[in-house]
Write a protein that binds this ligand. Sequence first.
Ligand code: ATP
Ligand code: BTN
Length: 244
Amino acid sequence: ACPSLNVIPVIDSTNQYLLERVGQLPKGAVCLAEYQAAGRGRRGRQWLSPFGSNLYLSMYWRLDAGMAAAMGLSLVVGVALAETLQSFGAADVKVKWPNDLYYQDKKLAGILVEMTGQAGDAAHLVIGMGLNIAMPEHEGESIGQAWTNLTEACGALPGRNALAASLIERLQRTLEDYEEKGLEGFLDRWNRLDNYLDRPVRLLIGNREVEGVARGINAQGALLLETVDGLVPFIGGEISLRGC
Ligand code: ATP
Ligand code: BTN
């Protein structure tokens, strides 16, 4: 496979760049930037993207509509990103349901999957990843939660080019596997990487809050929460998980 690489030093958002071009892109096309003026997270939140110290990478993919709508996608992308970082020596990186990477209970990376396409047709997906590598403390001052850098998680810091190349390669393989086999083949791997497995957590669902013990994910990608009512699956984009 030979994906097209669009390396653009200064951009609004690498996700936005690919979303505006979905008709012209080969599957696996990548956009990389050094700085994002309007990096975004889920539900319109901001992804802080200072110059030169992090990785901002998006990939275009096309999937059959049913699979694209499934919860599984951001989970398998999380596995691909975590396993890539582990292969560079960051042994203790973890995933947090549904779309983050954590190290020592601090946010290391975020994943944002965006989609366009007609109902019933194949969906055009843009899969974006923001990874903090060596973001200076003062650049991240406005982040309203604990965050960290790959420099903390890794003994020797890998070169960014080698990291980006390896990530692109693994991401492509992972998406092909997901197309073929679905989430099933990733469940054990995800659960092994789960930062909150068997730990007390809170789920924020709009202005409702549910407490319980996190017990991993099921075959639909739902988070399993052990509550006073038993084991309850939670699924959907409007849920945020917090440690207790
Ligand atoms: P959720 O559990 O719903 O995903 P979240 O607070 O992590 O909650 P996201 O939309 O996933 O929300 O991510 C956006 C949030 O991530 C921002 O509101 C900010 O708190 C945090 N953030 C922004 N930029 C960075 C960054 N470079 N590194 C770490 N965290 C960041
Ligand atoms: C999140 O935690 O909510 C996801 C953050 C995703 C950030 C990445 S950086 C590259 C790509 N371009 C964006 O504007 N967002 C994603």
